[in-house]
Design a protein around this ligand. Structure first.
Ligand code: UDP
Length: 236
C-alpha cells in the first residue's frame, strides 16, 4: 500500500492517505512531548517500539472482541489503519491514582481506586485538554447522543479488564491509560490511535519502577530501556 499525501501530523504520529480512501498509514515518530508540548524531546527507536507494542495490543484486543482501527503493521514504524473520524474526547481509565488525578483531587499517589475510574478530557491543545463531564460532551457536540458516551465508557472498562489481566501476568501494573475512539465509514465507533507507553502508565508489580512516558516527563532517564522492557514483557 503506497503512502500518499500527509493528512495530519500529531505529536506522536503522522497520518498518510493511501490509494484506498478507507485506509490510512500511521507513521510512529521518535518525538516525545509532555505537559501539552511544553517539554519536547526525541528518542531514537521510540516510534518503532510504540508501533510494535500497539500492534501487539490491538491484536490482543481484536482477539478479545474489541473493534479497532488496526489492519496490520507494515514495517518498523508504520501501521495500516482503517480511516476514522476521531471523536475529540480522550478517554482516560485509571486503576491507581497518579498524575493529574492526585494533583486535582489530593488523592494519595499510588492509592488503588475503589473501582476503575473513567474520565473524559476534551482533546483540544489550545485549551490544554480540560477534564469534561457527560453534559460538556453533549453540549459541545462531541458525540451525537448520550448513548455514545456509554459506548465509550463500556469499551474503556472492557479494554481495561483485558489489558489489566494481560499485564498482571507479566508482572506489570496497568496504572492508567488514554484511549481515543473514532467513527469508521459505516458510522461504527471503534478504538483508534495507539496503545503504548506514551499513552499508558505501567509500573513494575514488585518494585513500582515506572516503565512509561513518566520517565521522560520526570527526567528519570532510560526512556527507551523502559519501553523495550514493556515490549519484552508483552512478548513473554
Ligand atoms: N495521557 C495521554 N495523553 C494526554 C494526557 C494523558 O496519553 O494528552 C495519558 C497518560 O499517559 C496517562 C493517563 O493518560 O497514562 C492519565 O494522564 P493524567 O491525566 O494523569 O495526565 P498527566 O499526569 O500526564 O498530565
Amino acid at each position: 500500500m503506497e503512502k500518499q499525501i500527509m493528512l495530519y501530523e500529531g505529536k506522536g504520529k503522522k497520518l498518510f492517505a493511501t490509494s484506498d480512501e478507507n485506509v490510512v498509514i500511521a507513521e510512529f515518530k521518535d518525538d516525545l512531548t509532555a505537559f501539552n508540548a511544553e517539554k519536547k524531546g526525541t528518542e531514537s527507536g521510540k516510534g518503532a517500539l510504540n508501533c510494535r507494542i500497539s500492534t501487539l495490543l490491538f491484536t490482543l484486543l481484536e482477539k478479545e472482541g474489541i473493534k479497532t482501527h488496526f489492519v496490520k503493521q507494515l514495517n518498523d514504524n508504520e501501521m495500516l489503519c482503517k480511516k476514522v473520524s476521531i471523536i475529540p474526547i480522550e478517554v482516560v481509565t485509571r486503576n491507581i491514582a497518579t498524575g493529574s488525578l492526585t494533583k486535582r483531587l489530593g488523592i494519595k499517589e499510588g492509592s488503588i481506586l475503589a473501582y476503575p475510574l473513567v474520565e473524559f478530557y476534551y482533546k483540544d491543545d489550545a485549551l490544554g485538554d480540560p477534564l469534561i463531564n457527560d453534559e460538556h460532551c453533549e453540549i459541545l457536540g462531541l458525540v451525537k447522543t448520550r448513548d455514545e458516551l456509554e459506548i465509550l465508557k463500556t469499551q474503556a472498562r472492557k479494554i481495561n479488564e483485558i489489558l489489566k489481566a494481560f499485564f498482571d501476568k507479566r508482572e506489570l501494573k496497568l496504572v492508567d491509560f488514554k484511549l481515543e475512539f473514532g467513527r469508521d465509514n459505516e458510522g461504527n465507533i471503534i478504538l483508534a490511535d495507539e496503545i503504548s507507553p506514551d499513552s499508558c502508565r505501567f509500573w513494575d508489580k514488585n518494585t513500582n519502577q515506572k516503565l512509561d512516558k513518566d520517565r521522560f516527563r520526570q527526567d528519570l532517564g532510560s526512556v527507551k530501556v523502559a519501553y523495550e522492557e514493556v515490549l519484552r514483557r508483552i512478548l513473554m
